[in-house]
Design a protein around this ligand. Structure first.
Ligand code: UD1
Length: 370
């Protein structure tokens, strides 16, 4: 045990950051060597509240920056300004950020301005296309240039960091999403959806939210879903809508009237895990779901042109299909028609971690700060 506790500040703003940092916060709070504070930028409101509640976590400060139809500049400026004051007041030994959101980037920049050390969870993901995903590929590259501790989830991420010429220590830890997933899955969560009988249908579980899919790609995705539903009457589509009106409104308009489409509010994380366990197949542009579904033995069709998570594709459990309706229909049909193709993809593999990433991160931080 150290003489006086070290001060850790964890900054987060969106739902995936809350999910992936919840086990990290819990691990730091279990250790007497640290006092751990959590600050929310408020980039997301309801979607973060759900996760904090599920993991029984309270934040020490909420900057409350969320605005309807907020721009990237709004998020960056609001977070930077709010974090500056909080960092000056609390003088943490280390600020931890996660992933590639604008909150994470602004958090790292705010800490850099105060000369506070930065730990980056889920460091080293790359597509090598600056605008894909936008703005996340730039955010994670920029954070990598500022951080002192890089917690890489996979060996590919370690290699990416090495060739990015970053300073600081690179550590292979696994992805904390697996810690979160295993802890929630062990509670055997239910997923009741009004009107949806899980026994009656093969359920296609879909999520869409990415900025590069707004507009025309969203239409391709919706048409791909409709074509698949029409061809396979024993399927139903469960699509929890993101809170962002730019994606939710067109999806509601295009899919809302189909009798086998179930559009819901964002599921809380436990329900989402329950849905992943019960569904037949996932179609998504989310990063987290690409990591979680393979661990649960569910095939994933990735509704994007690129992925920074090639490990699941290499392992054969995920396939990149893009946003063209015919491509989506063809890939989904193959899995719905052909049992062998399905079985090949439905193998439980876990290239992203062993469920102990958070503990490893705490140990690395202890050594670094001691
Ligand atoms: C953000 C992240 C993205 C991440 C995603 C996960 C950036 C630039 N984008 O995208 O990397 O994959 O979160 O969800 O950091 N809204 C609400 N309530 C909420 C959350 C959002 O009403 O709880 C609405 C607001 O109108 C807001 C809009 O959604 O303006 C978009 O939120 P924003 O954080 O700007 O972008 P996301 O698409 O959620």
């Amino acid at each position: 045990m150290l003489n006086s506790p070290l001060k850790i500040l964890i900054a987060l703003g969106t739902r995936p950051e809350a999910i992936k940092l919840a086990p990290v916060i819990q691990a730091f709070r279990r250790s007497p060597d640290f006092t751990t504070q959590v600050i929310l930028t408020g980039q997301h409101r309801e979607m973060v509240e759900q996760v904090m509640h599920l993991f029984d976590l309270q934040a020490d400060c909420d900057l409350g920056i969320m605005k309807h139809q907020q721009t990237l500049t709004d998020i960056t400026c609001g977070s930077l300004q709010g974090l500056e004051g909080f960092l000056q007041e609390t003088t943490p030994n280390l600020l931890i950020v996660q992933g590639d959101t604008t909150t994470a980037f602004a958090g790292a920049l705010a800490a850099f301005y105060q000369k506070i050390a930065i730990g980056h969870v889920e460091a080293g993901l790359r597509t090598d296309e600056l605008f894909n995903p936008y703005p996340e590929e730039a955010n994670r590259r920029l954070i990598s240039q500022l951080a002192q501790l890089h917690f890489a989830p996979t060996t590919k991420a370690v290699e990416n960091l090495e060739r990015s010429g970053v300073t600081g220590e690179i550590h292979l830890t696994g992805n904390t999403v697996i810690d979160a997933l295993l802890s929630v899955a062990s509670r055997q969560p239910d997923c009741p959806i009004p009107g949806l009988d899980w026994q009656q249908y093969r359920v296609l579980l879909a999520t869409v939210h990415r900025r590069e899919n707004w507009g025309e790609p969203l239409t391709g995705i919706a048409q791909g879903f409709l074509k698949t539903l029409d061809e396979f009457p024993d399927t139903a589509l469960l699509l929890p809508l993101h809170k962002n009106p730019t994606v939710r409104e067109p999806l509601q308009a295009m899919l809302g009237n189909h009798p086998r489409v179930f559009l819901t509010e964002p599921l809380d994380y436990a329900e989402l895990v329950g849905a992943m366990q019960r569904c037949y197949l996932l179609l998504t542009d989310s990063g987290g779901l690409q990591e979680e579904a393979p661990a649960l033995g569910k095939p994933v069709l990735v509704l994007r042109e690129t992925t920074e998570r090639p490990e699941a594709i290499d392992a054969g459990t995920a396939k990149l299909v893009g946003t063209d309706s015919l491509e989506i229909f063809t890939a989904a049909s193959a899995l719905l028609k052909d049992k062998d193709s399905y079985q090949k993809m439905a193998t439980a593999v876990n290239p992203f971690g062993d469920g102990h990433a958070s503990e490893k991160i705490v140990e690395i931080v202890r050594k670094y700060l001691d």
